[in-house]
Design a protein around this ligand. Structure first.
Ligand code: NAD
Ligand code: UDX
Length: 440
C-alpha cells in the first residue's frame, strides 16, 4: 500500500521504516529540512537501536523515501499518518497546532479518497478537529472528496522502538466507518502474531486509551517512588517489597522500579494533558494530580540527599554524573531527571563532569558550553578529580563498574544512585557511603 507519514521524529521515522519493512511504499514528510537532508544522505537524526539499518535497507529497496514536498506527500499515500509533535501548551493541554497544520496540508492537496490516521498522542475530540480542518480546506478548493479519519495511538518505547512496532502487544485502532476499519486491518495484518493483536474501537475510546495507558504506568512509578521514600524512613528495603508485590499476577513486575522520577517525551506531558482534559470536563482526577506532584518532588530527591549530606552551599564541589538521557538506550533529554539535578547543582555553585553513552550531543545542544559542565567520553573520565559520584540513568555500562577505580578517583567515597544499581550491603563492605532510593 502507499503510505505517507507526516513527521519524521521518533514515532514517524520508526513507523515509516517498519511499514516499509513489511512491503509498503512509504513516503516520510517533515517540515524540518535539516532532518530530511540527513535522512536523504543515509543518516538518521536520532539514536534508536536497529533503526539506521532498517532505514538504509528500505531506502535501498525503493520502499522508503523522505521529502519536504507537502504536495507530493499529500498525494502519495492512500493512508496518511499524522505523527507530528503534540507538546504541552502553557496550561498543560496538548498543543494541536502541528496536527491541525498537517491535516490542512492534506486537505489542500489531496485529489482522491484518503484515510487520515492520528498517530500522535492527542486529546479526545482531536479527530473531529482534524476532520473539520480537512473539510474546510476541501471547501476552500470547492472540492467534494471523501475521506476517513482514524485514531491509531502509538505505544512504542524509545530504545526499543523498532521491536515494539514490529512485535506489538496490541494495535489500537479507532474508526468510525467500515472502509477505514478494513484498510487498517489490511495494513496491520503483517504485524499480527499468534493471535489477533488489533483492538478495534470507536475513535474517542482509542484517543483516551493512549492517555489511560501512560497515566496508569506513571501512576505505578510514582506510587513505588513514594513507597520507596517511606521504606527508607522505616528501615525496610523497597527491593524486597517490589519482589513481594510483583509476584502477585494482578500487580506484575513491570514498571515497579523506584528511582529519581520519570521523564521523557510522553509520561510528563501526557499526564499533564489528561489533567487538563479532566479539568475541562469538570471531572476530578485526584489520583492523576497526585502523580504529577509526586514526580516533580522525586526529580529533586537526589539533590535533597546531596544537600542533606554536604549542605546547601556546594560551591567548588565537583560532581561526577553518570547518565544524562531520561532512560537508557536513547539520546532523548526531554524532561530528564539529570536536568533537574544538574541545574540544582549549578545553582549551588557546583561543577558537573558528565558521561552518557548517547546523550552528550543533545546535552550540548541544550546547555551550550555551560561553564559548570564538562562532557567526557568515558565513565572513568567523569570520575577524575570529582568529589562524589551521582547516577541518574541505568545504562548497562554502569551496572558492574570497577569499584576500586571509583574509590581511587573520588575525593569522598560517596555515591548518590538514582536508579538502585548496586547492593547497599556490598557497597558498605567496599567502604562507600551509598545513597539509593528506598534501599535498606
Ligand atoms: P518529535 O518531536 O520527535 O517529531 C515530530 C516531527 O514532526 C518533527 O520532526 C517536526 O519537524 C515534524 N513536524 C511538525 N509539524 C509538521 C508538519 N506540519 N508537517 C510535517 N512534519 C511536521 O515527536 P515524537 O517523539 O515522534 O512524537 C510524535 C507524537 O507521537 C507525539 O504526539 C507523541 O506524544 C507521540 N508519541 C511519542 C512516543 C515517543 O516515545 N517519542 C511514543 C508514543 C507516542
Ligand atoms: C513511554 C511508554 O512506556 C510508551 O508505551 C509510550 O508509547 C511512550 O511513553 P518512554 O517514554 O519511551 O515510553 O519510556 P519508558 O520506558 O516508559 O520510561 C519512562 C520513564 O519512566 C523513564 O524516565 C524511566 O526511567 C521511568 N521508569 C520506568 C521508572 O522510573 N520506573 C520504572 O519501573 C519504569
Amino acid at each position: 500500500m502507499k503510505i505517507t507519514v507526516i513527521g519524521t521524529g521518533y514515532v514517524g521515522l520508526v513507523s515509516g521504516a517498519c511499514l516499509a519493512e513489511v512491503g509498503n511504499n512509504v513516503m516520510c514528510l517533515d517540515v524540518d529540512a535539516k532532518k530530511i537532508a540527513i535522512l536523504n544522505q543515509g543518516g538518521i537524526p536520532i539514536y534508536e537501536p536497529g533503526l539506521e539499518d532498517m532505514v538504509k535497507r528500505n531506502v535501498a529497496a525503493g520502499r522508503l523515501q523522505f521529502t519536504t514536498d507537502i504536495e507530493l506527500a499529500a498525494q502519495h499515500g492512500l493512508i496518511q499518518f499524522i505523527a507530528v509533535g503534540t507538546p504541552p501548551d502553557e496550561d498543560g493541554s496538548a498543543d494541536l497546532q502541528y496536527v491541525v497544520a498537517a491535516a490542512r496540508n492534506i486537505g489542500k492537496y489531496m485529489t482522491e479518497y484518503k484515510l487520515v490516521v492520528d498517530k500522535s498522542t492527542v486529546p479526545v475530540g482531536t479527530a473531529d478537529k482534524v476532520r473539520a480542518a480537512l473539510q474546510e480546506e476541501l471547501s476552500n478548493r470547492g472540492m467534494d472528496l471523501e475521506f476517513s479519519v482514524a485514531s491509531n495511538p502509538e505505544f512504542l518505547k524509545e530504545g526499543a522502538a523498532v521491536d515494539d512496532f514490529m512485535r506489538p502487544d496490541r494495535i489500537v485502532v479507532g474508526t468510525d466507518d467500515e472502509r477505514a476499519t478494513n484498510l487498517m486491518r489490511k495494513l496491520y495484518a503483517p504485524f499480527q502474531r499468534n493471535h489477533d493483536r488489533l483492538v478495534a474501537m470507536d475513535v474517542r475510546s482509542a484517543e483516551l486509551t493512549k492517555y489511560a495507558a501512560n497515566a496508569m504506568l506513571a501512576t505505578r512509578i510514582s506510587f513505588m517512588n513514594e513507597l520507596a521514600n517511606l521504606a527508607e524512613k522505616l528501615g525496610a528495603d523497597i527491593e524486597h517489597v517490589r519482589q513481594g508485590i510483583g509476584s502477585d499476577e494482578r500487580i506484575g513486575y513491570h514498571f515497579l522500579y523506584p528511582g529519581c522520577g520519570y521523564g521523557g517525551s510522553c509520561f510528563p506531558k501526557d499526564v499533564q494533558a489528561l489533567r487538563r482534559t479532566a479539568a475541562e470536563y469538570g471531572v476530578p482526577m485526584r489520583v492523576i494530580d497526585a502523580v504529577e506532584t509526586a514526580n516533580e518532588a522525586q526529580k529533586h530527591l537526589l539533590l535533597s540527599k546531596i544537600i542533606a549530606r554536604f549542605g546547601n552551599d556546594l560551591s567548588g564541589m565537583r560532581f561526577a554524573l553518570w547518565g544524562l538521557a531520561f532512560k537508557p538506550n536513547t539520546d532523548d533529554m526531554r524532561e530528564a531527571s539529570s536536568r533537574v539535578l544538574m541545574e540544582g547543582l549549578w545553582e549551588r555553585g557546583a561543577y558537573v563532569q558528565a558521561f552518557d553513552p548517547a546523550a552528550a550531543h543533545e546535552t550540548q545542544r541544550i546547555y551550550g558550553n555551560h561553564p559548570q559542565l564538562t562532557l567526557v567520553d568515558t565513565p572513568e573520565a567523569a570520575l577524575a578529580g570529582a568529589d562524589v559520584l551521582t547516577i541518574v540513568t541505568e545504562w548497562k555500562v554502569f551496572r558492574s563498574p570497577d569499584f576500586a577505580v571509583i574509590k581511587a578517583n573520588l575525593k569522598h567515597p560517596v555515591i548518590f544512585d538514582g536508579r538502585n544499581l548496586y547492593e547497599p550491603a556490598q557497597m558498605r563492605e567496599l567502604g562507600f557511603e551509598y545513597f539509593a532510593i528506598g534501599r535498606k
